[in-house]
Design a protein around this ligand. Sequence first.
Ligand SMILES: C[S@@+](CC[C@H](N)C(=O)[O-])C[C@H]1O[C@@H](n2cnc3c(N)ncnc32)[C@H](O)[C@@H]1O
Length: 222
Amino acid sequence: MIPTPDTSHLTNADFEHVYEPAEDTFILLDALEADAERLRALTPRIAMEIGSGSGCVSAFLGAVLGSTTCLYLSTDINPHAALCTLKTGGQNKVPLEPVVTSLIGPFAKRLHRAVDVLIFNPPYVPTEDEEMTDAQAGRAIEGSWAGGKQGMLVTERVLCGLDEILSEKGLFYLVAVKDNDVPSIRRRMDEEYGFESDIVLQRRAGREHLFVIRFSRKASPS
Ligand SMILES: C[S@@+](CC[C@H](N)C(=O)[O-])C[C@H]1O[C@@H](n2cnc3c(N)ncnc32)[C@H](O)[C@@H]1O
């Protein structure tokens, strides 16, 4: 069993500004652990987490891979989150490289089809679209959950750009809830973008039904 990363250096004051690891974080850790063999077999050169928050998930991925040759990039719109991610990397001896930007930001062109492992636990809670827009603009903790219509507006932008960033052998792990309509996400990614998917884990946590979906490119017919 791979231990949950040490976040004891982060304080309640940090968690007033940054998303504190919660059930959605922990199902993602469990999914990465369940996929540990698959992830190690990839021998990833570049891993990226979008919306790294406290840095707990990226640090855990570092522990799963145990690799010092992998580049661990992460992004977050919230500058305080990027700082927490940096500290969590140091605390857990995983060399995390956080960048303050929205989604994939400047990486999209520079890392064309180069990311071997991509992870996103997005703001997935259904809200008014305006609440999502304000939260994104505010770059604060509200951006951790406000997801607009069906909770999908932020996630949708990553799904559209996945083909640009994921390597040929790459894996993309996405957290979703039932309200996001998981069957529809999977069907559209298959039919419109050519990504197959599996549900790695799903569970109830309070009022939420959480899923972790793993996407990969469909093998082209030979
Ligand atoms: C649900 S929290 C997850 C945090 C952390 N990955 C975890 O699992 O505990 C969502 C994170 O995404 C970040 N976020 C929201 N919109 C974003 C965007 N457009 N680009 C990058 N990060 C974003 C938030 O600031 C927040 O840190």
